[in-house]
Design a protein around this ligand. Structure first.
Ligand code: AMP
Length: 440
């Protein structure tokens, strides 16, 4: 079902609450090291400003665990956004407190106010009903543009949509359209390329996409489990002992469905899991017992590139090797190059795959670079994303709840966390490169 977007409603003069994903990486001094996520929200913000809406932005940043912590303040984001928009961006000191309420109620048309980090309230991730109502009370309309968090049912991604009209932003809409088209209306041959750390993370995606794909290319540490399932000795490469049976079942299923499942025929081995490891090439039949597969080999790069060249549609998620180590990123870069040059409709998701495309300067040669990690995978497996499901359907004229009833809201309880400083809050967990996979 198609969802209404911000263009389907009249936003002029209205207070529009936009949930964005400004969860940007920062260095130790708080400097933003990659502003892609802020830039990705600009089309929606620009449009709303031009339509004379009062734009209220809401995002999380890191994992402050429900307490105020200066370190996770959105202040640096507000500053960067102001530079990118070339206009002032006002920053509220809290999320639903006096500052947020005063600033949002005094806004003029075309102005932007950004609220403090919504995860300074534990109620956000709990999808607390009262908190969601409080968020809704700041605005007339909700626009969800945070595709990256759409697989989470939080107060600012899903709960709020119960109380005010809710529609998709530009980024959300383009993700949903591109991903659904790639799966449901793919021009064949459809080549699906999956890599990364674990089979277990991607079983559902494999199963879902296998029923649609003509060819499935598997690389990365994921491929190791398949190689073990096929009886190869893989040195001390990472693999998942408890997924060997699943790998066997997937290979059998591929045969039944007439899907060409292609595994690496050679690998680049590393003497240790380190950027300075000694490198050696091995055919999969002869992987050295003192080595671990850290990338796909030269023959595999060619084999995969040949399959990708024949594709009319490509879906790619996950690196072919340890992309973080320069010595072991050739496989991922080769796939990125092949995808960009294929001329196929191409959908690329996952941090490392997107980074490889960007590193080669091929971003404009790819049909769609997905901004979601977990959300993209969930969408591809056909799961319902709460942040999408809560939005109004395109053909529905009925509004959900027009006037929220705030009489029952216990405001004091909710205003506390953002006002309090909690020096004890911990660092956010940055996406880890480590896997819990077993070593052989
Ligand atoms: P994912 O988040 O599932 O896309 O996995 C990405 C992670 O997989 C990256 O951190 C890579 O370093 C890791 N990875 C890919 N290939 C290998 C490999 N052959 N051995 C160990 N880790 C790998």
């Amino acid at each position: 079902m198609k969802k209404k977007t911000f263009k389907d409603i009249d936003v002029a003069g209205k207070r529009v609450f936009v949930r964005v994903d400004f969860n940007v990486p920062q260095d130790d001094s708080g400097k933003i090291t990659d502003d892609t996520r802020i830039r990705a929200a600009l089309p929606t913000i620009n449009y709303l400003v031009k339509q004379n809406a009062k734009v209220i932005l809401c995002s999380h940043l890191g994992r402050p665990k429900g307490v105020f912590n200066d370190k996770y303040s959105l202040a640096p984001v507000a500053e960067r956004l102001s530079e990118l928009m070339n206009m002032p961006v006002k920053m509220a000191k809290d999320v639903i407190g006096t500052s947020a309420k005063t600033m949002t109620s005094e806004m003029k048309e075309g102005e932007i106010v950004i609220l403090e980090n919504v995860r300074f309230h534990a109620e956000e991730e709990e999808n607390n009903e009262v908190f969601a109502k409080e968020l809704a009370s700041l605005a007339d309309v909700f626009v969800n543009d945070a595709f990256g968090t759409a697989h989470r049912a939080h107060a600012s991604t899903a709960g709020i949509a119960k109380h005010i009209p809710a529609v998709a932003g530009f980024l959300m809409d383009s993700e949903v359209v591109a991903l659904s088209n790639a799966v449901e209306n793919a021009e064949k041959p459809l080549v699906v390329i999956l890599g990364g750390a674990k089979v277990s993370d991607k079983i559902n995606v494999i199963l879902k996409l296998m029923s649609k794909a003509n060819t499935l290319l598997i690389g990365g540490a994921m491929a190791n489990t398949f190689l073990v399932a096929k009886g190869y000795n893989i040195g001390f490469s990472k693999y998942e002992e408890d997924r060997i049976e699943v790998a066997k079942e997937i290979m059998e299923e591929a045969e039944k469905l007439n899907v060409k499942l292609v595994l690496p025929v050679d690998v680049v081995g590393g003497s240790e899991f380190s950027p300075t490891a000694k490198r050696k090439n091995f055919d999969v039949e002869n992987i050295g017992s003192n080595y671990q597969a850290l990338d796909i080999g030269k023959k595999t790069r060619k084999l995969f590139a040949k399959e990708i060249k024949n594709a009319k549609t490509v879906i790619w998620n996950g690196p072919m090797g340890v992309f973080e180590f320069k010595k072991f990123r050739k496989g991922t870069l080769a796939v990125a190059k092949a995808v960009a040059k294929s001329g196929a409709v191409s959908i690329v998701g996952g941090g490392d795959s997107v980074a490889a495309i960007q590193e080669l300067g091929f971003a404009n040669k790819v049909t769609h670079l997905s901004t979601g990690g977990g959300a993209t995978l969930k969408f591809l497996e056909g799961a319902t994303l709460p942040g999408v499901a809560m939005l109004e359907d395109k053909d529905s004229e009925k509004k959900k709840v027009k006037t929220p009833d705030f009489a029952s809201v216990d405001k004091k309880t909710l205003e506390k966390p953002a006002a309090k400083k909690a020096a004890s809050a911990k660092k956010p967990t940055v996406k880890s490169s480590k896997t819990k996979t077993t070593k052989k």
